[in-house]
Design a binder for this molecule. Structure first.
Ligand SMILES: Nc1ncnc2c1ncn2[C@@H]1O[C@H](COP(=O)(O)OP(=O)(O)OP(=O)(O)O)[C@@H](O)[C@H]1O
Ligand SMILES: [Mg+2]
Length: 248
């Protein structure tokens, strides 16, 4: 059996008298890709922040590789709103993770520069965050998460603010990178198609408080390739997710 990377057991979280998450359990195996889908405001970002160790649950516990998670920073985490530092140029935003880990800035910049074209950011390394479009800022935040060097990534609507075509291109990129590096992924998305394309399993959450409403194994071949989007089998899996969401 594949070992468990991340486990949430009976997790609950309230903000004052608002219960955001209730009795939520999920398991992410090493190398697995799980998508979290659910109505706006149901508690998805809260679940991800708990999984990242950034927010302590009121109930239940989080296990990383079988041990209670005690600190943040052990997993790659991309928040829903990009958090580029306005006083740092793009390139110096990108190297934040390696820099905190003690990598000399010149070497970290070199590594970041190599990936700029892949993320559609070539030529913008010296731009200030305010000079970038919304989509560029989001791609930069994703690249920064990748450069931090973790093999388990928690992504909160990583492509949410992008136009449809850029979004499909980055889904292809993420699917390919996952195969290449063996990443373990937990991705929040609002898109059933994106969930099916990126994930081995989809966890559909109920309206707030977030609780598992359906668990769907996605029965499609890997690696995911663009032609799959035109395959009737793809539409069938998307249909299952839509049904679980009560949308068919
Ligand atoms: N720090 C906080 N303080 C108070 N309430 C909060 C806080 N964070 C989240 N909430 C509330 O918890 C609920 C769940 O929020 P959360 O951001 O997890 O939802 P979400 O599913 O990610 O929504 P969306 O799809 O719109 O991103 C919301 O009602 C929100 O107002
Ligand atoms: Mg959210």
């Amino acid at each position: 059996m594949t070992p468990s990377r991340l486990r949430l057991e009976g997790v609950g979280k309230s903000f004052g008298d608002l219960t955001a998450v209730q009795d939520l359990s999920l398991e992410l195996a090493v190398g697995e890709s799980l998508a979290l889908l659910g109505p706006s405001g149901c508690g998805k970002s809260t679940v991800l922040a708990i999984a990242a160790g950034l927010l302590a649950p009121d109930a239940g516990r989080v296990l990383l590789d079988g041990e209670p998670l005690t600190a943040a920073g052990k997993l790659g985490f991309m928040p829903q709103r990009d958090l580029l530092l306005p006083w740092r140029r793009l390139i110096d935003n990108l190297i934040l993770g390696p820099e905190l880990q003690g990598v000399p800035p010149a070497a970290a910049r070199e590594q970041a520069r190599e990936l700029l074209p892949l993320f559609g950011l070539a030529g913008f390394e010296d731009a200030w965050p305010a000079q970038l479009s919304g989509g560029m800022r989001q791609r930069a935040a994703l690249l920064r998460t990748v450069l931090a060097g973790h093999d388990t990534l928690l992504l909160d609507e990583p492509f949410g603010a992008l136009d449809a075509l850029t979004r499909l291109g980055l889904q292809d990129w993420l699917a390919a990178m996952r195969e290449r590096f063996g990443w373990t992924l937990l991705t929040v998305t609002h898109s059933p198609e994106e969930a099916v394309y990126l994930a081995d399993r989809v966890l559909v959450l109920s309206p707030r408080p977030a609780r598992p409403a359906a668990r769907i194994d996605i029965d499609l071949p890997r690696p995911r390739v663009p032609a799959l989007r035109a395959d009737p089998a793809f539409g069938q899996q998307v249909g299952r997710v839509l049904t679980a969401l009560g949308l068919t």
